[in-house]
Design a protein around this ligand. Structure first.
Ligand SMILES: Nc1ncnc2c1ncn2[C@@H]1O[C@H](COP(=O)(O)OP(=O)(O)OP(=O)(O)O)[C@@H](O)[C@H]1O
Length: 309
């Protein structure tokens, strides 16, 4: 028998007054899967996630988390999930260890606090006031608080927004550790690289709807026509074109003819043809890239707008 999904969302709607923020969202997250909700500000990601966490009511639709309905079995859901909110604001004068101990008391089971703080490199900071922590340390504390009850499902709402690139990478490796432990993770983000790096599957959300769903690779495949091949040579490339080169894929050369760029729906095939042609002409290769479309390209293709303002 197939195991039940960790999260199931069917026909979810949420209105704030006359405004419909979520307009019929469907997706499932398997146990042990890292699933990303990717979309611009205001797409309805936080609303969806907070409904799953039991923090907001829904207008209509069905949702379940580990088989429980967060609207009715709120305590059962809260006890089994970990939540890192978009902005975790703790009292300025609360110390790291106090915060962790306080949160641990909310749950029926708690993990070993010393281990947790050491794993997140916060043990040295256990006596520090919240107000004195850096952005990265605050975010690591938010992750610690989300992990305190050894949750089966972890919700991370924009875990790296506003952090500098170095700290973002640090948080990414912590999330990868959680992924390796086979935790189910629902992550919202508007950073493409984050979704591509961390998520098994991604739902692209725009204006309260899921407009595409699949692995990052599957989504990219959808618009593979946007792949490009780039080749550089040490000496100028020949003036002719490869034999039988299709007209619909014009090759663009730089003025010194030492670099070419070409759109290639079948990039591997194109590379073989181009390299043979260059080799026959005695042009020595310097560099070769296949540039696949990013999720950003997928998003632009589907919506005609960019993910970030
Ligand atoms: N309590 C509320 N009352 C009225 N409108 C709201 C409320 N919460 C959210 N909205 C609106 O609903 C829409 C979706 O918001 P939501 O926070 O779910 O989006 P999001 O995709 O998470 O974006 P962000 O990344 O900015 O958080 C937005 O237009 C927002 O202004």
């Amino acid at each position: 028998m197939p195991t039940q999904p960790a999260i199931r969302v069917t026909g979810l709607h949420k209105s704030y007054g006359d405004f419909e923020a979520v307009r019929g969202i469907d997706f499932e997250v398997a146990q042990g899967e890292v699933f990303g909700l990717l979309g611009p500000n205001g797409a309805g990601k936080t609303t969806t996630v907070e409904i799953l966490e039991g923090l907001r009511s829904r207008t209509s639709g069905e949702v379940s988390v580990l088989g429980f309905d967060p609207a009715n079995d709120t305590m059962a859901v809260k006890d089994r999930i970990g939540v890192s909110l978009q902005a975790t604001n703790l009292p300025e004068k609360m110390k790291v260890l106090e915060a962790v101990e306080l949160f641990a008391a909310f749950y029926s089971r708690a993990t070993d606090i010393t281990n947790l703080l050491k794993r997140l490199q916060l043990w040295e900071k256990r006596g520090a006031f919240y107000s004195t922590l850096s952005g990265g340390q605050k975010q690591r504390l938010a992750l610690a608080l989300a992990m305190i009850n050894e949750p089966q499902v972890v919700f991370l709402d924009e875990p790296t927004t506003g952090l500098d690139p170095q700290v973002r990478l640090e948080i990414h490796s912590l999330i990868e550790e959680l992924r390796d432990q086979k935790r189910t993770i629902l992550l919202t983000t508007h950073y493409i690289e984050e979704a591509e790096r961390l998520c098994h599957r991604v739902a692209i959300v725009d204006e309260g709807k899921v407009i595409a769903i699949g692995t990052p690779r599957e989504l990219q495949q959808k618009i593979l026509g946007h792949s490009r091949v780039e080749i550089c040579t040490l000496s100028p490339m020949p003036l002719d074109l490869p034999k039988d080169w299709p007209e619909e894929f014009p090759i663009h050369f730089t003025d010194d003819r030492k670099k070419l760029t070409v759109p290639a729906p079948k990039p591997a095939r194109a590379v073989v043809d181009l390299v043979k042609w260059l080799d026959a002409a005695g042009a020595e290769l310097d560099d070769l890239h296949i540039k696949r479309p990013t999720l950003e390209d997928v998003f632009i293709e589907l919506t005609g707008k960019s993910l970030r303002d």
